[in-house]
Design a protein around this ligand. Structure first.
Ligand code: CA
Length: 175
């Protein structure tokens, strides 16, 4: 079942999202605080995160940046409050994959989530690939060589993932 983490502190919106997305067949978990959201998203493999900007604890941009810095690649849809260009750009720069502007319609949101999940599934690299005597583990965001393990930076992750994406002649056949 597809798991969504909804990070939204306004109870009315959070409840509406939870109800609607649960009806759509998603398994939904709601968190109302930025700090708790970072912790939760790092410990559980959600399929996508819906992230409000104005949050107690830590704002949505900071949550997004911190997750990307720590190697969490879960697709993030920012829920921006204003139709301001600056806020969209900030979100994308922080590592978000897409955004919707509040107030958003339920159908638009559903379509955005579906598109985000399709993209992340289509573009997903194999869980790990061997490069020389090293093994790159995309799920954990790490590179292992012998007994040593090092975290991948977001840039390394993207480069390695791009170079081992399906369709590349160098990627190993998984079946
Ligand atoms: Ca809010």
């Amino acid at each position: 079942m597809t798991r969504l983490l909804v990070v939204e502190d306004e109870p009315g919106i959070a409840l509406a999202l939870e109800d609607d997305l649960t009806l759509e067949g998603y398994r939904v978990e709601v968190i109302q605080d930025g700090l708790a959201a970072v912790k939760r998203a790092r410990e559980e493999p959600f399929d996508a995160i819906l992230l409000d900007v104005m949050l107690p604890g830590k704002d949505g941009f900071e949550v997004c940046r911190e997750l990307r810095r720590s190697g969490v690649r879960t697709p993030i849809l920012m829920l921006t409050a204003r139709a301001q260009e600056a806020e969209k750009v900030l979100g994308l720069e922080a590592g978000a994959d897409d955004y919707v502007t509040k107030p958003f319609g339920v159908r638009e949101l559903r379509a955005r989530i579906a598109a985000l999940l399709r993209r992340s599934q289509a573009g997903s690299a194999p869980p790990s690939v061997r490069i020389g005597d090293a093994e790159v583990d995309f799920a954990r965001g790490e590179i292992r060589r012998g007994k040593e393990t090092a975290p991948l930076t977001p840039l390394e992750f993207r480069l390695l993932q791009a170079s081992s994406a399906p369709g590349d002649a160098s990627s190993p056949a998984s079946n």
